[in-house]
Design a binder for this molecule. Structure first.
Ligand SMILES: CC(C)C[C@H](C(=O)NO)C(=O)N[C@@H](CC(N)=O)C(=O)NCc1cccc(N)c1
Ligand SMILES: [Zn+2]
Ligand SMILES: [Zn+2]
Length: 162
């Protein structure tokens, strides 16, 4: 399944986000992957198959793994470290108010770009970072439109896929 250097991403059509525009959602997910592509030798291709290395889905509460979501807020998403089966997959809590545009601070809602970039870090094998400001810092911090991958995250991905 996972051929080093060729990460495949499937946007699972099984559980597509109920409210988000699928075309726009894919564009945001592609940008979240691009964050990592630009800092490593990784390349990503979209495939429509659950055999993909990273299968993305949106789900609420219990969703056939033992990590149920919790409604709006708190847990926003989770992803599995690389591996067979659901390894690499990323699940997003469909009870969140996902924003597909970089949001100005006062607007409530959660940037899908920021969270997806964070989750794909897990999908690629990165754990949480204690460096405040790192993308892999455990707590959501929003994202600027001209987002550049912080140093700590770049080091992390270079160590694995330099
Ligand atoms: C124990 C984990 C399942 C928590 C989960 C997470 O880290 N997922 O990768 C999560 O949703 N964490 C929240 C915060 C929390 N502890 O509930 C979060 O903001 N993570 C996503 C995120 C997005 C963008 C940037 C950063 N730094 C973090
Ligand atoms: Zn899940
Ligand atoms: Zn995380």
């Amino acid at each position: 399944k996972s051929i080093p250097g060729r990460q495949q991403v499937g946007l699972s059509s099984l559980r597509r986000p109920s409210t988000l525009d699928p075309h726009h959602t894919r564009a945001v997910l592609a940008r979240a992957l691009d964050v990592w592509e630009q800092a490593s030798r990784l390349t990503f291709t979209e495939v429509n198959s659950d055999e993909a290395d990273i299968v993305v889905s949106f789900a609420k509460r219990y969703h056939d793994d033992s990590y149920p979501f919790d409604g709006r807020g708190s847990i926003l998403a989770h992803a599995f470290f690389p591996g067979s089966g659901r390894g690499g997959d990323a699940h997003f809590d469909d009870d969140e108010l996902w924003l597909l545009q970089p949001n100005n601070d006062d607007e409530e809602g959660t940037s899908l770009l920021a969270v997806a970039a964070h989750e794909f870090g897990h999908s690629l094998g990165l754990s949480h970072s204690s460096v405040k400001g790192a993308l892999m810092y455990p707590w959501y911090q929003g994202i600027q439109s001209n987002f550049v991958l912080p140093e700590d995250d770049r080091n992390g991905i270079q160590q694995m896929y330099g």
